[in-house]
Design a protein around this ligand. Structure first.
Ligand SMILES: [Zn+2]
Length: 341
């Protein structure tokens, strides 16, 4: 290879395929190669749409994804002013990145689908696909809270707990693309069954810090204390989920604050293992539960400081994610600029 890297901004169609919604967008993004000290500006979103993910069959789901992407490709062609450079997709699936295949999915009817070749044959541009948690980590590493680092972990606290690993400045995917399941580190051998689909373990981090786990803890508290804010919410028929718990905690409700702090301590206990093993510069915490901010992160940092090894515990910064609901779109753009140019 000779000459300078080509740093001109690229026009990309990106997609974030989740179990509930599929977001697609046209973005302009600049590659970051050769400029590791500073993050490039985040991708500029030129056009975006969100549709419900079709769950009725594999064929219908795939047809809908291709149609949504096709609509964005057509928009780029009609708009003029530069051709489409690439397509990138993050999907809630186990993905064989090198083979460009969706291997299996829990919340999507997609299994053994050669999505990369299907899209590149159809639209005649380079295509990259990867798991949505890895894609979110790439987005934070390229454009967000992990920019400028070489060793980064990301945990996405949603319905489950997603994980992504950046090692030596590159995503770490493991032998078959299944690496990075950081939500399944053990925090208690005798703990409750893991709510993660397909996980036979007990006491995984996900059993304590996922939205599902936070909702279960809130329900337990509501039943034990009917006169509390959580108890009154239960009587009023409100869904006792992580979002309600976070909202009450941010409003200063003492029971909710205590539950979020305890969740943060379990998060810290999981981080002890992860930080000891990976020695990251930064651990990025994203997802809906991260909306609790310092209420969640401060107890996690305290446990990490008290229980992890040196120098790892001194070197790992635990920070909130930069991107929220747009993490999938930004991450897919990062996937394209890091893997295709
Ligand atoms: Zn598990």
């Amino acid at each position: 290879m000779t000459g300078k890297p080509d740093m001109r901004p690229r026009t990309l169609v990106v997609a974030d395929v989740g179990g509930t919604k599929t977001a697609v967008a046209v973005v302009r993004a600049r590659p970051a190669r050769g400029d590791a000290a500073a993050a490039p500006p985040p991708p500029a979103v030129l056009r975006q749409s969100v549709t419900p993910t079709v769950q009725s069959s594999s064929e219908a789901c795939l047809a809908s994804i291709v149609e949504c992407i096709g609509a964005m490709v057509s928009w780029v062609e009609r708009r003029g002013g530069g051709a489409l450079d690439a397509i990138a997709v993050g999907t809630a699936s186990m993905v064989d990145f090198a083979g460009g295949r969706i291997v299996a999915s829990v919340n999507l009817p997609l299994r053994d689908v050669p999505l990369r070749d299907l899209l590149s044959d159809r639209f005649s541009v380079p295509v990259a696909i990867d798991n949505d948690a890895t894609v979110a980590a790439l987005g934070e590493h390229e454009f967000g809270a992990g920019a400028g680092t070489r060793e980064m972990l990301m945990l996405t606290l949603g319905t489950g707990v997603g994980g992504g690993i950046i090692a030596g400045g590159r995503p770490y995917r493991g032998a078959s693309g299944a690496a990075g399941e950081l939500g399944h580190v053990l925090v208690s051998v005798e703990g409750p069954p893991c709510p993660g689909a397909g996980c036979p373990n007990h006491g995984c981090l996900e059993a304590y810090v996922s939205g599902t786990a936070m909702g279960a803890a809130a329900l337990g508290e509501a039943q034990a204390k009917p006169a509390s804010s959580l108890g009154r919410a239960l009587l009023a028929g409100e869904p006792l989920d992580g979002a309600l718990l976070t909202r009450l905690a941010l409003a200063g409700d003492p029971d909710a604050v205590a539950l979020v702090e305890r969740t943060g301590e379990y998060l810290g206990a999981g981080l002890v293992t992860l930080v000891n093993v990976f020695n990251p510069e930064v651990v990025v915490i994203g997802g809906a539960a991260a909306a609790a901010g310092e209420l969640l992160l401060a107890p996690a940092r305290s446990v990490l400081a008290a229980r992890a090894l040196r120098p790892q515990r001194d070197e790992a910064r635990v920070v909130p994610a930069h991107f929220g609901t747009d993490a999938g779109i930004v991450g897919a753009a990062a996937l394209a600029v890091t893997e295709l140019f």
